[in-house]
Unconditional design. Structure first.
Length: 310
């Protein structure tokens, strides 16, 4: 067992474990100065408290360690955001150095680690991510916590995968985990070109078709990205849901969202009428679009009428 990632030294862990087991804080270590310093750190980390007589008492690990993990996750997320800001500053400074007429709209990125780093530097602050995966793409359990964290923050994530991906149990389980967490997956017979599109402004595609393991092109040219977004939406509209919704009437909440979509022009007003935050309202709208298979309000209204919901 090691808690070094949470800021504990080996001696801190030894002292904390001794206290948890009902022993003395000095057990196994004769150096009282070092043990005293360890106790001070444990108190500062809120893993140990002092009773009325000044004796150290260990905090239940379910409380203390969980609190440290949550704190560390928040710190890590903040650090990732700072790194993402640094990437943005780098791109801006590079563009300014080249001049307004020489801004690079396509950049080649080599190496899977650098590729993942660059994509996630943008995805950490994204509002929407669109992905097309191939059946050869292996699950990345090491990235799963980052995926789930962003999904929990409300990012709208949609993924298209080829139907034959379901033949791979590991890839199927991985896709279902993301799908049920909010990264909505749809199936097609042929997914076509692999891509990742962040906030409809930056796209990543393999430098060599059907091979994204070594090199990708990062494209920020507005027209090219808009074309890829349009292609994604066209495929998405005709794709099948990974877990089809049962044919049933709308829930009261979905019916309310559909009514507001058809009667209120501004999302801010609709969210206020619904009594939720703007972000929550837009998440409800996105979920309704996914259920209907719609890409926009017009399609949603059309499909809802076809279903007899309007």
């Amino acid at each position: 067992m090691s808690l070094s990632s949470l800021g504990l030294t080996a001696l801190d862990e030894t002292v904390y474990h001794a206290l948890l087991c009902g022993g003395e804080a000095t057990a196994g270590d004769p150096d009282l100065v070092d043990v005293g310093a360890a106790l001070e750190r444990l108190v500062a980390l809120e893993l140990v408290r002092l009773d009325p007589d000044g004796r150290p008492v260990a905090i239940d690990p379910e409380i203390g360690i969980s609190r440290l993990i949550r704190r560390r996750l928040l710190e890590t997320s903040a650090e990732q955001r700072r790194i993402a800001d640094a990437w943005k500053a780098l791109h801006q400074l590079s563009a300014e150095r080249r001049g307004p007429d020489r801004t690079v709209a396509i950049e080649r990125i080599d190496g899977i680690d650098l590729i993942n780093e660059r994509i996630w530097s943008l995805a950490l602050d994204a509002r929407e991510v669109l992905t097309v995966r191939s059946d050869r793409r292996r699950p990345r359990p090491d990235l799963l916590p980052a995926y789930l964290h962003r999904l929990g923050e409300g990012v709208r994530w949609r993924t298209i995968i080829p139907r034959k991906s379901l033949a791979d149990p590991a890839l199927m389980e991985y896709s279902l985990t993301l799908h049920r967490a909010g990264d909505h997956h749809r199936l097609v017979d042929d997914a076509g070109q692999q891509m990742v599109i962040v906030d409809r402004s930056v796209a990543f595609v393999p430098a060599t078709p059907d091979d994204d393991s070594q090199s990708v092109l990062m494209i920020s040219q507005a027209g090219a990205v808009a074309t890829m977004v349009d292609l994604f939406e066209r495929v998405w509209t005709h794709a099948a849901d990974l877990e089809p919704h049962p044919a049933a009437s709308l829930t009261p909440r979905e019916r309310q969202v559909l009514h507001l979509l058809s009667s209120v022009d501004k999302d801010e007003i609709a969210a206020r009428e619904m009594g939720v935050s703007l972000r929550t309202y837009r998440r409800h709208v996105a979920d309704l679009f996914d259920r209907l298979g719609a890409a926009n309000r017009f399609q949603a209204a059309l499909l809802a009428k076809q279903q007899g919901w309007l």
